[in-house]
Design a protein. Structure first.
Length: 269
């Protein structure tokens, strides 16, 4: 499933048959880089070839997904940028995401920038790694692409791992379904899994897509963040691609649930 997550982070949403026995970078070259001109035309049909849109989308794909950050990168005003975002949402390229600030037990007066999610992992991959250096790719020079991609490959899969974790939890909590499920962030803190079930239980969690096992510090850090934002969770959930150390596994209980990428097999049923 680890391999499947990495492949989905690149090809999710692109209609192409993949030979999963082949190396990911080989598949990227044959199915995306070598077909750059054709795929570029398809992207342009969606976005109208608007360069400002492309710059904003690259800012979202490579940055922290906050609207303000993307606008700064594209050098557009907030008012103009929001109009562009609204249009791209209408086109089905991205979706606006709001922080679940209302789940805190402590009132907060600060205004938090919205974040943006690509509706397709493939489009996120395109605007992160293809669009910014299209000239070299267009000319058949892939050296810069592979250098940039290899430097961020594991980090880039983080968000897809988070999204799959959210989908898995919706199924895992069938006996007490989620009334709300999303993320929380403010100027200083972030929790990538925040949910409230219909029975009123608060569920918070963290995700780690890494080749290293998750340690107890992952849980300690999550608890510290919850204290700083006055969250009082009923259940902690952790997702680690590579599993957990024995110390952390020994703490597994009804209030601490541990999952790995292997659990995502249920999403295929």
């Amino acid at each position: 499933m680890e391999t499947a997550v990495k492949y989905f982070a690149v090809f999710g949403g692109l209609e192409v048959k993949l030979d999963m026995t082949k190396d990911l970078k080989e598949l990227i070259q044959t199915n995306i880089l070598d077909d750059y001109r054709y795929l570029r035309n398809e992207i342009s049909q969606i976005t109208g070839g608007n360069n400002i849109y492309h710059t904003i989308l690259t800012g979202i794909a490579l940055g922290d997904r906050r609207t303000n950050s993307a606008f700064r990168r594209a050098k557009v005003s907030f008012d103009n940028g929001i109009d562009d975002i609204d249009h791209m949402c209408e086109l089905g390229v991205i979706t606006l995401e709001k922080s679940h600030m209302h789940l805190t037990r402590q009132a907060r007066s600060q205004t938090v920038s919205e974040r943006l999610l690509f509706n397709s992992p493939y489009l996120r991959f395109w605007f992160a790694f293809i669009s910014p250096i299209f000239k070299g790719i267009k000319e058949g020079n892939y050296e810069e692409f592979f250098k940039k991609y290899e430097a961020r490959e594991e980090e880039f899969a983080d968000l897809v791992f988070e999204e799959l974790s959210h989908e898995f939890l919706k199924d895992a909590f069938k006996d007490d379904e989620f009334k709300q499920l999303g993320r929380y962030w403010d100027d200083n803190n972030e929790v990538v899994i925040v949910g409230k079930t219909f029975s009123g239980k608060i569920v918070v969690g963290d995700c780690k897509f890494s080749s290293n096992k998750a340690k107890k510090s992952m849980l300690t850090s999550l608890k510290k963040t919850c204290e700083s934002i006055s969250f009082v969770p009923d259940i902690y959930v952790l997702f680690s691609n590579a599993g957990y150390t024995s110390e952390l596994k020994s703490q597994k209980s009804d209030t601490l649930k541990l999952f790995s990428s292997r659990n995502f097999k249920t999403l295929l049923d």
